[in-house]
Design a protein around this ligand. Structure first.
Ligand code: SF4
Ligand code: SF4
Length: 350
């Protein structure tokens, strides 16, 4: 095992602070579901007391990649990165095939088809946006899940619909660091052709901001175009907002600031707004019981606000909200934040 990787695993002081924040631990209450317990198992591997087997593989997979443990960890241990590096080392040829770009494309196609059947109208546009002018060359980063669930995107400025590769995160977390690197390099090369790259998925945004060598000045979140503008909703709304795990807290506060200053909108902060919705990319397909526990709690908190609309800014969180609301029979609608601002909010003063 790589020396740096061993050093990072050994660095865990077993303080247990990660247990307070880990959504999987919250749902399962087992030591091996949280980073501290996983590191103990990995220590067993390092000391050769344990062999890499199905159990360890399962426990490593039992992670929503939410990064909450890194934020809470006094030693700043990046558990998601460690798990990815361990998977890279122990992935079988079959694992590598199942996590290849081809299989990923097939999965994305299935997601797209499923979404089309469930929501045939997809992303709807009720009004034509007034496009502003800017001398900047702007491109939109249309991520994989965004493409599958919402294939259109608008901001109040003209931009180019450029084809980028996947941000690479789905490969990174499965230990396919080679595919992640390939996509990262291709994206960084394309970024050179633009002044700004606009993101509307919190997860792609976070992943790209963490690319080594990226020019962070170029990377913008679409909500920046709505900042410091006088906005009015075309009808009254009572709103709440689910913060995706990968949305930075500062961006979350900026979004709250925008929403709470829109005329005609009453905004209420969601109780436990930062709690994971349980979807975690394709986590829910393998750990449905754990995902459902988290989703149920999220939906209960959403319903307690008595809002008519819940917004979020990650396509898989949006799916999770829609999926969770349905069995409750509640009237509340879930919208993607970019869609909501485009469809229902006017810029009345720049
Ligand atoms: S990344 Fe999230 S789900 Fe995974 S171990 Fe850390 S806190 Fe738990
Ligand atoms: S918070 Fe960090 S140091 Fe503490 S137990 Fe968790 S991973 Fe280890």
């Amino acid at each position: 095992m790589d020396k740096e990787l061993v050093k990072n695993i050994v660095n865990c002081s077993r303080c247990g602070l990660c247990m307070d924040v880990c959504p999987v631990y919250k749902a399962k209450k087992t030591e091996t579901s949280v980073s501290r317990g996983k590191f103990l198992q990995l220590l067993g591997l390092i000391k050769k007391h344990l062999k890499f087997d199905k159990k360890i593989k399962y426990n490593l997979d039992l992670c929503l990649n939410c990064k909450k443990c890194k934020t809470a960890c006094p030693s700043n241990i990046d558990a998601v990165k460690i798990f990815a590096e361990i998977k890279k080392e122990f992935n079988s040829p079959l694992d590598n095939f199942l996590n290849s770009s081809i299989i990923f494309k097939v999965k994305m196609f299935c997601l797209w088809a499923l979404y089309k059947v469930k929501y045939p109208l997809g992303r709807r546009y009720y009004k034509k946006i007034k496009m502003g002018e800017t001398p900047l060359k702007i491109a939109h980063f249309n991520g994989c899940a965004t493409k599958s669930i919402n294939n259109k995107f608008e901001i109040p400025f003209k931009f180019k619909k450029e084809k980028f590769d996947c941000c690479g995160l789905p490969f990174f977390v499965k230990g396919r660091l080679d595919v992640y690197e390939k996509y990262k390099k291709r994206n960084l090369k394309k970024f050179e052709n633009f002044d700004k790259i606009v993101f509307d998925c919190a997860t792609c945004y976070d992943t790209v901001l963490n690319y080594e060598g990226v020019n962070k000045e170029k990377i913008v979140y679409f909500t920046d175009f709505y900042k410091n503008k006088k906005l009015r909703a075309i009808k009254p709304f009572k709103l709440t907002f689910h913060k995706p795990c990968h949305l930075d807290m500062n961006k979350f506060l900026e979004i709250e600031e925008i929403l709470s200053h829109i005329e005609n909108i009453s905004y209420e902060r969601l109780n436990k707004f930062d709690d994971c919705c349980g979807f975690g990319g394709d986590f829910f397909t393998r750990h449905i019981k754990t995902a459902t526990i988290l989703s149920k709690e999220k939906i209960q908190n959403v319903l307690k606000t008595n809002s008519d609309t819940v917004l979020t800014t990650c396509p898989t969180c949006l799916w999770s909200l829609k999926y969770g609301i349905k069995p409750e029979g509640a009237k509340i609608k879930a919208f993607d934040l970019a869609d909501f601002l485009h469809n229902f909010v006017e810029i009345i003063e720049d």
